[in-house]
Design a binder for this molecule. Sequence first.
Ligand code: RB5
Length: 143
Amino acid sequence: MKIAIACDHGGYQLKEEVKAYLLDREIEVLDLGTDSESSVDYPEYGFKCGEAVANGDADKGIVICGTGIGISIAANKVKGVRCSLCTDVTMAKLTRQHNDSNVLAMGARTTGVVTALDIVDAWLETEFEGGRHQRRVDLLNNY
Ligand code: RB5
């Protein structure tokens, strides 16, 4: 599995933690930046990660900004992306089961590192349930 990961300056530290965590688990990472805490514009990074998932350069994506809100809005502008802002493990599991989420968003200023890594685990390990949820995901995809 290849995971694209992107962040703004507010998410940089957590992005580095998540990236190291994935690499430790021998998961391939496509790091789309940013690469420091110098101020950048989160939409650019949300779009990049969303596009990487939508065009097949990565299987899934993870985006991080200060709150996770701005960068999730940006990623969700890309057709085919279902980006979910998660603040706990329950949300991570449910958005995989029900929404077939393909991009995870987190907020570095609102979610601690240990919780964030638990969210990543849950989100990566949980399968989409299909069934009635497939029809709803189709509605999203066809909009
Ligand atoms: C950057 O200061 C901040 O606005 C950004 O990281 C994010 O929280 C936006 O939603």
